[in-house]
Ligand binder design. Structure first.
Ligand code: MOS
Length: 720
């Protein structure tokens, strides 16, 4: 089915199932520990052996030799395969880090060997016996120094209007540097795979991955085998956040080990290995300059940022939102990708905007203060309904002002204290902060199969559920489209044998995959109507109703299967700018003596199209808000600039927000329909929740203390 113009029908506008509250279908399985995660699939294939990785202990250089003799003769060991015995694997598409093979070391903890043994303990013990000699090269790990070197150089980036004149003539100017550290996804379930490539031909992979088809294609390219010979399964995933978009070392090393020993091999990347072996969100250095006139209108936005990457990678474009978010007649926006010899920087929840808004939304607070304007009012004054970087292109839907107004009302914004450091409760300084949220809305072709089978309507697609609620919203879509109930639907996900979907990424999963399931169900309806020889059939209450004839779908069991995909047309990006919006309001308490910061109250108001399920959508948004509390107050990959590695590499040294850090959170959805985005008029929401929140916290800390911190995380040492 082609979606080549905005949805005009009132499709789903009177929905009885879509848009209503439904608890997660997979919830009971997950909370009772019965949802099988990749590493726990003991029953899928017999004779599983255990692999353990060995990582390089230099950041840059060459492996001269590897001594694996002691490991090979250690108890229980079946094989050790070293990187020097394997041709460098092809690097596929988005992955730029070499996963294995050859003597070149591009980053610390790049895999250099895999040990396969009968038990985990034996594999781990033997891995510790592997030693290597290196020729070590110098690396560059200093992004701040790189920014100083690069500022103002290179291609101009996005340029609109006369930005120099804007700053020359401005009534108020903000010009500041901001910094966000590298961050790790810190998902609960580590990267893990069981691979059976025993015969060296057909490969079966039970893994934890957001994008089944990318994973399969990457395996085929890397190992030079036909994609048809590979089956990838990933039905349950314990968090991904972008880290599991790609094929990583767990599946690659397990495959190599499996081929070597002729038996299935399972491998989970040890937590300390994950930080330096896989991907992370790059550190950013950002300079933001804002110019405004005396009426509080922005006249110029100048955002220049840098992030690091391996050669050919994308880093973290902190300027992603800047050309689009606020009305301005002039702008200059530029992102530098700096090649550094660090582990691969790649996507993490809301890549780009999450980091960019951490800076831009502080700068907006600073400008509001300079103009002596309320920061909510300042943002409202600078709203736009067209893309400021391409002024003829409208937003497909933008209700940012409504987010701000609704939030201010709900939060009691008018009652806040406007003098920084001027509100105190005993030992605690109280502050309030606001920030705007912006996250792009993408769509991806997505397919599914729908069939009447076993007394159910069965949906099969390679879509994944990374904890987001895919099972549930796809069942809703199928039930609504076919006139069935939630109990009539069985959704089967995460298997490469099934139609290729969008997968879960870039907050495009819900919009794209529900559209794909809708397309498959429409195809099924048409097949059934054709077969019954009826026209204008209605599918309702479990029946096909056409004129005087009523046929129960249950009576057609086993007779119908249809497959289709939703193809999203170019009109979406050619004629519109699609994005999601939000406003975040936060109350903090900062201890006047110790500087300890507590978040006390959080409110999010979201403009993200039709909300398919208020329960799962809320979970996504509060999950993003929790992640942003970590980003604001504690999360930082500590870079060892001497050795080129991240020194804190476990969840004791890398502090994510935990229950005790999280107060009451309130989420309001405006439920704004967007017919440009999808036939269901929904948009993504899974990444919107992390956007802007950290800046709202930093702004609240400023309001509490009078100290403006522009370096994340906002820790107590920075209040001095
Ligand atoms: Mo997302 S960072 O594309 O999983």
């Amino acid at each position: 089915m082609d979606f080549d113009k905005p949805a005009e029908t009132n499709l789903f506008d009177n929905a009885e199932i879509v848009g209503k509250k439904h608890l997660r279908i997979d919830g009971p399985l997950k909370v009772t520990g019965t949802a099988p995660y990749a590493y726990e699939r003991h029953d899928v294939v017999e004779g599983q052996l255990v692999g353990f990785p060995v990582g390089a202990t230099i950041a840059q250089g060459r492996v001269v030799s590897i001594d694996a003799e002691a490991a090979r003769s250690a108890p229980g060991v079946r094989a050790v395969v070293t990187t020097l015995e394997i041709d460098p694997l092809d690097i596929w598409n988005f992955n730029v880090a070499r996963l294995f093979g050859g003597d070149v070391v591009e980053h610390y903890h790049q895999a250099i060997a895999v040990v396969v043994a009968e038990t985990f303990e034996e594999a781990r013990a033997a891995a510790a016996l592997v030693t290597a000699e290196y020729e070590q090269d110098d690396g560059d790990y200093d992004l701040r120094a790189a920014f100083e070197r690069l500022e103002g150089t290179g291609e101009p980036g996005t340029m609109v209007g006369d930005v120099d004149a804007a700053f020359r003539d401005a009534a108020a100017v903000v010009d500041q540097m901001y910094h966000t550290p590298s961050e790790t996804h810190a998902m609960m379930e580590p990267f893990a795979s069981i691979v059976d490539w025993s015969n060296g031909e057909d490969m079966t992979v039970w893994t934890s991955n957001q994008m089944i088809n990318w994973n399969k294609q990457a395996l085929a390219t890397n190992f030079g085998i036909a994609a048809e010979r590979i089956r990838v399964e990933s039905p349950y995933i314990g968090g991904g956040f972008g880290g599991k978009l790609w094929l990583r070392a767990d599946a690659v090393l397990a495959a190599i080990g499996s081929r070597e020993v002729g038996a299935p091999v399972k491998m989970a990347l040890p937590r300390p290995f994950i930080m330096n072996n896989t991907t992370h969100r790059s550190e950013t250095v950002q300079r933001i300059r804002l110019a405004a006139d005396a009426n509080g209108k922005l006249t110029g936005i100048w955002h220049e940022a840098a992030s690091h990457s391996l050669p050919g990678g994308r880093g973290e474009d902190a300027t992603a939102q800047t050309p689009h978010f606020y009305a301005t007649p002039s702008m200059r926006v530029k992102h530098h990708i700096v090649e550094m010899q660090l582990p691969e920087a790649s996507d993490m929840r809301a890549p780009g905007e999450a980091s960019g808004l951490m800076a831009l939304e502080i700068a907006m607070d600073e400008m509001a203060e300079a103009l002596e304007m309320d920061p909510v009012e300042f943002r409202i004054v600078n709203d736009t309904q067209v893309d400021p970087s391409k002024p003829k292109i409208p937003f497909s839907g933008r209700h940012f002002v409504q987010c701000l107004e609704t939030g201010a009302e709900r939060f009691g914004w008018a009652d806040r204290n406007t003098t920084p450091g001027g509100m105190r409760e005993g030992a605690w300084l109280i502050g309030h902060g606001v920030a705007g949220a912006y996250r792009g809305n993408m769509t991806m072709k997505s397919g599914a199969r729908a069939m009447l089978s076993g007394g159910k309507l069965v949906i099969e697609t390679d879509m994944t559920d990374i904890g987001t609620g895919s099972y549930t919203i796809l069942a809703e879509t199928a039930a609504e489209t076919m006139g069935l109930t939630m109990d009539d639907i069985e959704v089967k996900l995460g298997n490469s044998a099934w139609p290729v979907s969008s997968g879960s990424g870039g907050q495009f999963g819900a919009t794209s995959s529900t559209a794909g399931v809708y397309a498959a169900c429409v195809a099924l309806r048409e097949k059934i109507a054709d077969e019954l020889g009826v026209e204008d059939a209605e599918f309702e209450n479990g029946n096909v109703v056409a004129g005087d004839t009523t046929t129960a779908l249950a009576d057609l069991d086993g007779q119908f299967t249809a497959e289709d995909s939703m193809n999203f047309g170019d009109f979406q990006t050619e004629a519109y700018l699609m994005a999601t919006f939000g406003a975040h309001f936060v109350e903090v308490a900062v201890h006047a003596a110790t500087g300890e910061t507590h978040v006390r109250r959080m409110l999010a108001v979201c403009d993200a199209g039709r909300i398919l399920n208020p329960v799962t959508a809320r979970s996504q948004v509060i999950g993003g808000m929790v992640m942003a509390v970590g980003a604001a107050l504690s999360e930082e990959m500590a870079l060892d600039t001497g050795r080129g590695m991240f020194a804190n590499h476990d969840l004791a040294g890398y502090e994510v927000a935990v229950h005790a850090d999280i107060p009451e959170q309130e989420v309001v959805f405006l439920d704004t329909l967007d017919g440009v985005s999808s036939p269901l008029k929904c948009k993504g929401v899974g990444e919107l929740g992390i956007c802007g929140v950290a800046a709202a916290i930093a702004n609240a800390v400023y309001n509490a203390t009078g100290v403006r911190v522009r370096e994340y995380p906002v820790t107590l040492d920075k209040f001095i």
